[in-house]
Design a protein around this ligand. Structure first.
Ligand SMILES: [Zn+2]
Length: 245
């Protein structure tokens, strides 16, 4: 499995910032610390790890998504730390693209592991957002807001290397849980091939409209699966007259 890890911001875009008389911290640095820890945690596994950046450099949101698409990443994980004008605001939240079933599944697996790892933190939930890196990536994608760096207590939490390790481990555990589901969906030459049992496919099938809507713009594609009859491989034909944009 190819997993693309995206450390949010970097270079000219430092992201959110904490600043008081004695201390200054930038989101881009924390994101990279956690992203590198996650890459390290995943490096000893069978997965191939891609990173949009390994240094403090400027990257557009589209460049990040295109990098993952071009390298056929199968999962995209964007690491961020949150910010709010009110320094009391805190908590963990995980985003996926609106209507993305598989993104939602991945987001829930990651979120569940994070909130059980950090039960004392505020749990802000799994949310939908039309973020560029979620919209432009062709694979299931999540954006994780690990905590609020504008909250002085949570900033100390985020700066702590042990916590960064725990965050990375919880994200990895969430990805592992997500990947333990056995169903494969392949889209090729106008057909969708789905391998797996019906129940697994049903759970995963939400990805199909999303992926197709990305490939074929706004056309609605007819596809049918009869419950209980599908086993092994099902090929769904893409409707005639539907053209790639
Ligand atoms: Zn950010």
């Amino acid at each position: 499995m190819k997993i693309c890890i995206d450390a949010g911001h970097g270079g000219k875009d430092s992201g959110a910032r904490y600043n008081d008389d004695t201390y200054e911290a930038f989101e881009c640095d924390l994101n990279l610390d956690i992203a590198e820890e996650l890459a390290w945690q995943l490096s000893g596994t069978k997965h191939t790890i891609l990173m949009t950046r390994k240094t403090d450099r400027t990257l557009s949101l589209t460049t990040r998504a295109e990098y993952a698409n071009r390298n056929n990443a199968e999962i995209f994980v964007s690491i961020h730390c949150n910010a709010a004008a009110d320094p009391d605001v805190e908590g963990i939240e995980v985003y996926h693209f609106p209507g993305s079933h598989k993104g939602n599944t991945l987001a829930n697996h990651v979120y569940n592991k994070m909130v059980t790892t950090f039960p004392d933190h505020k749990h802000r939930g799994v949310k939908e957002a039309n973020f560029t890196v979620l919209r432009k990536t062709l694979m299931p994608a999540v954006l994780i807001e690990c905590e609020f760096l504008t909250n002085p207590v949570q900033l100390q939490f985020l700066l702590n290397g042990k916590n960064q390790l725990l965050i990375a481990k919880s994200i990895k555990a969430g990805i592992d849980n997500h990947l333990s589901k056995k169903c494969k969906i392949i889209i090729l030459n106008g057909s969708i091939k789905i391998y797996g049992s019906y129940n697994e496919a049903e759970r995963e099938l939400g990805i199909v409209p999303k992926v197709l809507s990305r490939i074929y713009a706004n056309n609605i594609l007819p596809y049918k699966i009869k419950k209980g009859k599908f086993k092994g491989c099902v090929v769904l034909k893409v409707a005639d007259g539907v053209k790639k944009p």
